[in-house]
Design a protein around this ligand. Structure first.
Ligand SMILES: Cc1cc2nc3c(=O)[nH]c(=O)nc-3n(C[C@H](O)[C@H](O)[C@H](O)COP(=O)(O)OP(=O)(O)OC[C@H]3O[C@@H](n4cnc5c(N)ncnc54)[C@H](O)[C@@H]3O)c2cc1C
Length: 617
């Protein structure tokens, strides 16, 4: 294969040559650097290249072109080389919001920008490296950790792809009836094995694996044998992982439980554009993989298993997991996130993973190339999904129940959708049915204003219609609202489930020492950055809580009864459902947090302990 190409265009010839020289110095072994001094020459050259074998990786255009605006040039060049990343070279000194790069980026007309003048080592190479990494990810991976052979519409194969994608594993999917798929099955002696077949890079092969088999193959522990820790975090999305980074970095023994794959919903997001510090956005899976590694390197124990029950037992908070074993902790963070609300339409539910997808956009986007697809929902996630899919699909129809997108979606997304030619927004419309033999083929739409129904051809439906929190496993252990979101802080006190005299801490649930963070918490913002922020705050709060306990142990003569007293908390439960709801007093002044935790200061220290012990008898 010929080397992929960087194509540069600038009318300022010395600048063009300087840029070409700096790029050649670093990249020439792997890439060809081609230059043109005008947009028209560049388009002619790019037209010729489009008929050949060479791939264009980067199209870099100086913003100062006279023949045509550089953004228009990039659009025409991109039509010839749709796989290339579009990069605008912009000049320092204009930070106004009317700079063309702002609109070009907002409308998805460029992918990246470079600054002129540049210093190669400090600015140019790191920025070009980022563009190249994004370009490389949009291609078939040259090296696959996992190769999956299965049916194009097999739900199991879909699940395997989703888990691999969320784990950040470079994977290759081969349809079982493709020549490459058949060849791989022959190579590993699995022609007649149940599908899907998974072939690992080290030669290990799984035929028709269960979820547990696949997870075991990834090398993550599925149990925590020590059984006890300082902090137990349930859920490894951004909130749980951030809590893990901060808790583990403070030296606390930290365990993170995750039932599907570390990274959470963020791991399925193709491009997070609003995460601070990443002006060009970053893929959710990339962020997830970095934070997973960071938590792991701080010593957090990452365990792939599902939490099924939470109780308070004496001073401990106890979480039961899928295999029936229990893990005890001094404090717990619940960061179990949400799941997208189901449509509940029988014909469509039967096709989940076979054309009907709940959120799994990153995995499926390339698969819908050239097809007519639908997105249902009117929130930001629906908007981002539609925009992302529009880069691959022939058409994207957004099905929206309400009369407008405004109100539920950020303005920048509404604008971008309006400007994207192949996105149609069907307002006041709902989906009432769908059909397909092996995969989705049709949808039935109902126009709410006139009641007219129509059946339309559809290759894929992406469902983004609101969220349900993952809290059923908590039963009545912590206070939740009518929709199942967890109450924390002030809202807990107002719910009458909080029974200590001291107020609950900011993210504390109705069960003391149990915190909630991220999407699962009532009133949360439902963004990656806020989930990470809440995870970090929860970690700080529980750290303070644990230090308070330690400090008291060091300063109180009565510390020997601490566990018993904590047991009173546990039995009172404040959500654990056990009898013995004796409220515990507080010093009420916010100072001396140790008293506020356990000691009924208003009733006198020793007396408080005795009262409580008596109350339990
Ligand atoms: C397609 C898509 C695009 C998005 N784009 C953006 C964006 O551009 N910008 C942005 O800011 N936000 C975006 N979001 C929203 C963002 O991803 C979420 O707000 C964020 O992931 C919430 O983090 P979390 O940690 O609270 O929950 P989650 O990310 O949902 O993680 C919760 C984790 O808990 C696990 N879990 C649940 N129950 C249990 C249990 N009982 N035991 C063990 N583990 C359990 C789940 O498997 C999951 O991994 C997007 C979401 C989606 C779906």
């Amino acid at each position: 294969m010929p080397r992929p190409i960087f194509f540069l265009v600038a009318e300022d010839v010395p600048k063009l040559q300087a840029l070409a020289q700096d790029l050649k110095r670093r990249y020439e072994a792997d890439y060809r650097i081609l230059e043109a001094a005008s947009a028209s020459t560049a388009l002619t050259m790019l037209g010729d290249l489009a008929n050949g074998e060479a791939e264009v990786a980067l199209l870099i255009a100086d913003e100062r072109l006279h023949e045509m605006p550089a953004v228009d040039f990039l659009a025409r060049a991109h039509a010839l080389h749709p796989g290339a990343k579009r990069v605008l070279l912009i000049h320092r000194g204009d930070w106004s919001s009317s700079h063309p790069v702002v609109a070009a980026r907002a409308l998805g007309k460029i992918d990246y920008h470079l600054w002129a003048p540049w210093h190669p080592d400090r600015f140019l190479y790191s920025a070009v490296g980022e563009c190249l990494a994004a370009w490389d990810k949009s291609r078939e991976p040259p090296f696959a950790v996992v190769r999956i052979v299965g049916g194009a519409h097999s739900p199991q194969a879909h699940w395997l792809r989703e888990v691999s994608s969320r784990a950040g594993l470079p994977y290759q999917f081969l349809e079982d009836d493709s020549e490459a798929g058949r060849q791989l099955l022959r190579d590993v002696g699995m022609e007649n094995a149940p599908l899907p077949v998974v072939v690992y890079y080290d030669g290990k092969v799984l035929a028709g694996p269960s979820e547990a088999d696949l997870i075991a193959g990834l090398g993550f522990p599925t149990s925590f044998d020590a059984g006890a820790c300082d902090v137990l975090i349930v859920g490894a999305g951004p909130a749980g992982l951030a809590a893990a980074v901060y808790a583990a970095s403070e030296g606390l023994t930290t365990v993170v439980l995750e039932r599907v794959m570390f990274g959470g919903q963020a791991g399925t997001s193709p491009l997070i554009r609003n995460y601070p510090g990443f002006p060009h956005g970053l893929a959710g899976a990339d962020l997830a993989v970095r934070v997973i590694e960071q938590a792991w390197l701080f010593g957090a124990n990452m365990v792939l298993t599902e939490a099924t029950k939470l109780t308070a037992r004496g001073p401990d908070r106890v979480v039961r997991v899928a295999d029936g074993s229990e893990i005890t902790a001094r404090a717990v963070v619940i960061a179990t996130g949400v799941t997208w609300r189901r449509l509940g339409i029988g014909g469509l539910e039967a096709l989940v993973g076979a054309g009907v997808y709940y959120g799994a956009v990153a995995t499926e986007a390339r698969a819908v190339e050239g097809q007519d697809v639908f997105v249902i929902g009117a929130g930001n996630s629906a908007g981002q999904t539609a925009i992302h899919l529009s880069k691959y699909a022939a058409s994207v129809t957004m099905v929206v129940r309400g009369p407008s997108l405004r109100g539920s979606m950020s303005e920048y997304l509404v604008t971008e959708i309006g400007k994207t030619g192949n996105i149609v927004v069907s307002l006041s419309t709902e989906i009432i049915d769908g059909s397909g033999r092996d995969c989705l083929e049709t949808l039935t739409l109902r126009h709410r204003q006139n009641g007219i129904t129509e059946v339309v051809a559809a290759s894929a439906l992406f469902v983004m219609v609101g969220a349900e929190p993952h809290t059923q496993w908590l039963e009545d252990s912590v206070a939740r609202d009518d929709e199942g979101f967890i109450l924390t802080g002030q809202e807990c006190s107002e719910s009458h489930r909080w029974q200590l005299e001291r107020p609950p801490r900011l993210l504390e649930t109705s069960m003391p020492a149990v915190f909630a963070a991220g999407d699962v918490r009532r009133g949360s913002v439902k963004r990656v950055a806020s989930a990470i922020g809440e995870g970090a705050i929860a970690s700080q709060l529980l750290h303070e809580y644990l230090q308070t306990l330690l400090r008291r142990q060091g300063t109180r003569a009565e510390y020997l009864v601490e566990d018993l007293l904590e047991g009173v908390f546990g039995l009172c439960g404040h959500g654990c459902g056990s009898p013995g709801d004796e409220p515990v007093g507080s010093d009420q002044d916010g100072a001396g947090g140790c008293d506020a935790e356990l000691w009924p200061g208003s009733r006198g220290e020793g007396a408080g302990v005795r009262d409580l012990v008596g109350a339990q008898r």
